[in-house]
Design a protein around this ligand. Structure first.
Ligand code: BGC
Ligand code: CA
Length: 327
């Protein structure tokens, strides 16, 4: 029944199933707790019961497929999927379609051909190239305003290392490409000293960075550490600390997680780019809720363009971190 619940009857609870690629991911766990907040707020506002069942895919696509199967078998109203393997969407879309249960993907974007299999498949995310451009701009602006803060050896070039997210994730390759393109596009030459994946993870980034710091051809020459996300940028800072190096190079991340905001205030992280977990959670939840209740999706989520919702990024540095967040 798709009727708007009225005061006089007690409607069945709305059931929304969510599966995360890996719950321990910092950004994803923030987004998940924002989703719970959205559901609570809606329950109070509309006087409805909402069951938001959030499961951990534990980095295993097989596990996640089983979780989706269970949601579908139990007749959930909508499912939200943060895919382990973003190229595996077609299986999920076909099953959801057969069960006629709408599916909202988020953060890990399915390929377009898969999205075209069903018009009740949606994606909520942020444009990867935009985050890369804004990250690159933090560095190019700093270089143009204060070249000596960046170009320590004074050769007119930026010597850098790149910490990359998971291979195959749209945000990894695209952020890497656009951050550097933005710097070179501003007329600044660069020299890559090293790059590698640390799979979005702080500990892996710290280990990788520790190896680079020990290498005499790399460590002492690093002027900028570009990181595809904040957790890995914080891992780089951990490695400098562990190596007893206090004079840090320019280090930039993406996400603006609470610990990254702290690091900006303390002066160890130069800047980051807000990946709006709260805005994405709101869009995911409102879309799921509208699809569950039969309300107009475009009205519920004005940012919806076809099957896509894109949330904008914002640059965060010491210049605005206090104003942007009240922590
Ligand atoms: C975030 C990362 C996160 C990844 C997970 C990215 O958009 O920036 O911090 O680990 O998504 O899929
Ligand atoms: Ca230089």
């Amino acid at each position: 029944c798709a009727d708007k619940p009225s005061e006089s009857m007690t409607p069945d609870p709305i059931r929304i199933g969510v599966t995360l690629y890996r719950q321990s991911d910092t950004f994803i766990s923030l987004l998940a707790s924002d989703l719970l907040d959205c559901a609570k707020a809606r329950e109070t506002q509309d006087n409805v019961k909402i069951t938001l069942n959030i499961l951990d895919g534990t980095g295993n696509q097989g596990t996640q497929n089983e979780q989706v199967d269970r949601f579908l078998a139990q007749g959930y109203d909508a499912i939200c999927v943060n895919e382990v393997d973003r190229t595996a969407a077609s299986v999920i879309i076909d099953k959801a379609r057969a069960a006629d249960i709408p599916v909202i993907f988020f953060n890990r974007e399915p390929v377009e051909e898969d999205m075209q299999r069903w018009d009740r498949a949606y994606y909520v995310g942020a444009i990867a190239s935009e985050s890369g451009v804004l990250q690159g701009r933090i560095v190019s602006n700093l270089f143009n305003q204060n070249p000596e803060l960046v170009d320590r050896n004074g050769d007119g070039k930026i010597q850098y290392v790149m910490l990359e997210g998971e291979p195959g994730h749209q945000d990894a390759a695209i952020r890497t490409e656009y951050s550097i393109k933005t710097v070179t596009g501003a007329g600044i030459s660069v020299e890559k000293l090293a790059n590698d994946t640390a799979n979005w993870q702080r500990a892996q980034a710290s280990a990788k960075m520790g190896q680079w710091l020990k290498d005499e051809e790399i460590g002492p020459r690093i002027e900028v550490v570009f990181s595809n996300n904040d957790d890995m940028a914080l891992g780089a800072i951990d490695a400098y600390r562990a190596a007893g190096i206090e004079d840090l190079p320019v280090i930039v991340g993406i996400d603006a997680t609470p610990p990254a905001r702290e690091a900006i205030k303390e002066g160890t992280l130069t800047g980051t780019v807000l990946n709006d977990a709260k805005g994405q959670a709101e869009a995911i939840f409102e879309l799921a809720y509208a699809l569950s209740t039969g309300w107009d999706v475009k009205e519920a989520v004005p940012r919806l363009e076809g099957q896509y919702v894109w949330l904008p990024h914002r640059t965060i540095t010491i210049g605005n971190v206090m104003q942007e967040f009240d922590d």
